[in-house]
Design a protein around this ligand. Structure first.
Ligand code: NAD
Length: 321
């Protein structure tokens, strides 16, 4: 077992990851490559799994910026700036994320008090699915919703931008477009505000590509929405892109960037949406989620976002929240 560094200086950054499965260990790997943390603590109910992942990662430490990777228990979250939760059941082939809600809510009832005991000052970043439901559950169980956020549709937004970039034959960094709503089947693509290098997407064309047709849009959105199901059917899990998406959020927090990311957070009064965690473009920095941005939605987009919120509220009500 690799030990937790009890003597870590106060200015050092510890990140704890609960759940050392496909997603948790990929987040640890991406965090290590990025050089964001001085210490990464992996914890799993199957202790030898966390220990083996920590060892395997530690064996590569010669090639990255100095970092200690340790396996530990929930109490070893102590002193963490951020606790990332990836523990729990994952989708099986043909299952929706929402079908995991009851099992993973029960798991969170056990996990959250232990995390709060060990690391009362930490931000909690929820990745386990259904991420919006569990972000709400964590926010309520912790009684400090402002310290809890979910990875939400940061991943879906990246999927959206990469597919658009490939279709338009431009660099993904020139594409600005968001997916909002549930990280799941009711998510909403914001076509009306999408831009490529300051040109509205609807009128963008270049010598190497024609403007998008209605059919292109439909196919791109279906590929975004169904991406996880397609990857899970072929390899059993999604891990690489979510690993990068989560590290992007960690980076925005730890560097106090005030970056605009579509994380999931508790909304109250956002275009009339109340008492649900869902993704909308939000400022992310050292204290977690700051202001949410009131984008110029079309009536249709706003209606779809509200339907997505109502769907999630319905699931939460069934779960007793
Ligand atoms: P996995 O089965 O590989 O790993 C889950 C891990 O959680 C396992 O190692 C398991 O032992 C551990 N675990 C279970 N109960 C625990 C507990 N009480 N304490 C600590 N660890 C515990 O699954 P995965 O592919 O890593 O996916 C993990 C979660 O992330 C799933 O809910 C999945 O749907 C979700 N996910 C979310 C996104 C996103 O964008 N939000 C993307 C991909 C996957």
């Amino acid at each position: 077992m690799i030990s937790i560094n009890a003597a870590l200086p106060a200015s050092s950054t510890r990140i704890a990851i609960i759940g050392a499965g496909a997603v948790g260990s990929t987040i640890a790997y991406a965090t290590m490559l990025n050089g964001l943390a001085h210490e990464i603590v992996l914890s799993d109910v199957v202790a030898r799994k966390a220990e083996a992942e920590a060892k395997d990662l530690m064996h590569g430490s010669m090639f990255v910026r100095s970092v200690n990777i340790a396996a530990g228990s929930l109490s070893d979250c102590k002193g963490s700036a951020i606790v990332v939760i990836t523990a729990g059941a994952k989708q099986k082939v043909g299952q929706t994320r929402l079908e995991l809600a009851a099992a993973n809510t029960n798991l969170f009832r056990e996990l959250i008090p232990g995390i709060l005991d060990a690391a009362p000052e930490a931000l909690i970043l929820v990745v386990s699915n259904p991420v919006d439901v569990l972000t709400y559950v964590a926010a309520k169980l912790s009684a400090r919703p402002q310290r809890v956020l979910g990875s939400g549709t940061v991943l879906d937004t990246s999927r959206f931008r990469s597919l658009l970039a490939r279709r338009l034959n431009v660099a993904v960094s020139n594409v600005h477009a968001y997916i909002v709503g549930e990280h799941g089947d009711s998510e909403v693509p914001l076509w009306s505000s999408a831009q490529v290098a300051n040109v509205p997407l609807r009128s963008f064309s270049s010598p190497s590509c024609l403007p998008l047709t209605e059919r292109d849009r439909r196919e791109i959105f279906h590929d975004v929405r169904d991406a996880a199901a397609q990857v899970i059917a072929a390899k059993g899990a999604t891990n690489w892109a979510v690993g990068l998406a989560v590290v992007r959020i960690l980076e925005a927090i730890l560097r106090d960037e005030q970056s605009i990311l579509t994380v999931s957070s508790l909304l109250s009064g956002y275009h009339g949406i109340e008492n649900v965690c869902i993704s909308v473009p939000s400022l992310v920095g050292r204290t977690g989620v700051g202001a949410t941005l009131p984008l110029p939605y079309t009536e249709e987009e706003l209606a779809a976002l509200k339907r997505s919120a109502e769907l999630l509220r319905g699931v939460l009500t069934q779960l007793g929240f």
